[in-house]
Write a protein that binds this ligand. Structure first.
Ligand SMILES: *Cc1c(COP(=O)(O)O)cnc(C)c1O
Length: 472
């Protein structure tokens, strides 16, 4: 029997690697086995296609390609130009954006590019005219000194961490928390939803330079039209970080007021979460910010990764296929089935449900911390991550929440019936786990953990991961 192309490709690759450092080949094989066996509910992870994975493993990795398509600082970039231009074209078409910059190496890098582009754009307009220089790079040290003082208005208004915002939206452990004076908007304590009047009030008081929307752990839609109106009312630049939900935008689940692209001045994203591409980032914007965004490398980024841009082009081409909207709809359908299954069994959910790809369980309802719940679930073969809930009494380390998401399991083909079964497994583990004397310790009968592990694997057997890949 002859092997299919995918099996041949991965088997051959492993053979070549094994000849040099067998332990790396073994680890790659072991990783596939682990991923195949685990019920992965990490909301930020997915499974990229074999074509996307294979596009990364080649000699494009050897190229230096600083600059932009057709304007490189190195010779011999014609093939890099081809894949970068393709990735950008697919991104523009998929999201309806005027400009796409596909060089960022990650979501955090994409945000750095955006921050710099916004700052540079602001600096260059009136201040540079005053200094009679052409661009930021021409500023003297004295100009910079004066500008920094002016940029006392370097203020960012973003979603608070415990309401689901991201570290890069102006929080201390990230450079954005040092570059910007930050203030956050949270969610309404009664409903768990963003209160747009409160956001508008905070914007009026704080007069931010940048209003950021986007999240890692908010289980609801955001109305970007209203957010843009708020930004406009105070002259702020409106930035949306759609790292988590880019796949739902690409798949036309989020349209109209809920599609960030027509409303934001600038949109950043990862490419590896719900969008299901290679690990990486991307920036979308209108013509006004395009030149500044394109200076991302070398302004804040290291040299572009041409092999990853090739994989972005492949994944974005996949996301433009007619079946991608169906995938995106199923992600949300599955998240809602999971939420309903949990609610029916008595779980407490932040906002009482979901309209995107993620569900946030408030595990204080089970008398547990997020840390205890995360470990108990992991012992039972269910991979999740702990996450703060709004006004979390246990802080950002122990937390009181468990974040679960459906992009990965939906890629495997699991549907709403399996989500109900998953809800049953999660509820069984959490209701049978007892706190164990510290915020990290817990008591769970190993026989129960074992039984749930087996049930979780059984759930997966009908939905093989990378079904066409047989490593032999
Ligand atoms: C995941 C995430 C990021 C960071 O992405 P990396 O690729 O890990 O750098 C940035 N912003 C948001 C909202 C995210 O969810």
């Amino acid at each position: 029997m002859s092997l299919n192309a995918e099996s041949t490709a991965f088997r051959s690759a492993l053979e070549v690697i094994r000849a040099v450092e067998p332990r790396v080949a073994d680890a790659i094989e072991a990783e596939l086995a682990d991923q195949r066996e685990s019920l992965k509910l990490i909301a930020s992870e997915n499974y990229a296609s074999p074509a996307t994975l294979l596009a990364m493993g080649n000699w494009f990795s050897d190229k230096y390609a600083e600059g932009t398509v057709g304007r490189r600082f190195y010779a011999g970039c014609q093939n890099v130009d081809t894949v970068e231009a393709l990735a950008a074209e697919h991104a523009r078409e998929l999201f309806g954006a005027a400009h796409a910059y596909v060089q960022p190496h990650s979501g955090i890098d994409a945000n750095l590019v955006a921050f710099w582009a916004i700052l540079a754009d602001r600096i260059e307009s009136p201040a540079l005219k005053k200094a009679q220089v052409r661009q930021v790079n021409d500023l003297t040290e004295a100009d910079w000194f004066a500008l920094r003082r002016e940029l006392g208005n370097q203020r960012m208004l973003g979603m608070s961490l415990d309401a689901g915002g991201h570290l890069t939206h102006g929080f201390r452990p990230n450079i954005s928390g040092k570059m910007f004076d930050q203030r956050s908007y949270g969610t309404d304590p009664a409903t768990g939803l963003i209160d747009y009047d409160k956001v508008a009030e905070a914007a009026r008081e704080f007069q931010p330079l940048i209003l950021v929307a986007g999240y890692s752990a908010y289980p609801r839609k955001v109305n970007f039209r209203i957010m843009r109106e708020i930004a406009d009312s105070v002259g702020a630049t409106f930035m949306v970080d759609m790292a988590h939900f880019a796949g739902l935008v690409a798949g036309k689940v989020f349209t109209g007021d809920f599609d960030p692209v027509p409303h934001a001045h600038i949109v950043t994203t990862t490419t590896h979460k719900s969008l299901r591409g290679p690990r990486g980032g991307m920036v979308l914007c209108g013509p006004e910010l395009a030149d500044q965004v394109d200076r991302g490398c070398p302004m804040v980024l290291g040299g572009p990764l041409p092999h990853v841009m090739a994989a972005k082009a492949v994944a974005l081409a996949e996301a433009r296929r007619p079946d991608f909207p169906d995938y995106a709809q199923r992600i949300v359908g599955n998240a809602q089935a999971l939420a309903e299954g949990l609610l029916r069994r008595g779980a407490k959910l932040v906002t009482g449900g979901t309209d995107n790809h993620l569900v946030l369980i408030d595990v204080s309802g089970y008398g547990l911390t997020g840390r205890q719940a995360e470990q108990a679930l992991l012992d039972s073969g269910i991979v999740t991550n702990r996450n703060a809930v709004p006004q979390d009494p246990n802080g950002a380390w122990y937390t009181s929440g468990i974040r679960i998401g459906t992009p990965a399991l939906t890629t495997r083909g699991l549907g709403t019936a399996e989500m109900d079964a998953t809800a049953e497994l999660i509820h069984t583990v959490l209701s049978q786990t007892n706190p164990g004397g510290s915020k990290a310790k817990y008591v769970l009968d190993p026989a129960l953990a074992d039984k749930v592990s087996k049930q979780a694997s059984e759930l997966l057997t009908k939905f093989p991961l990378y079904p066409a890949v047989d490593l032999g």
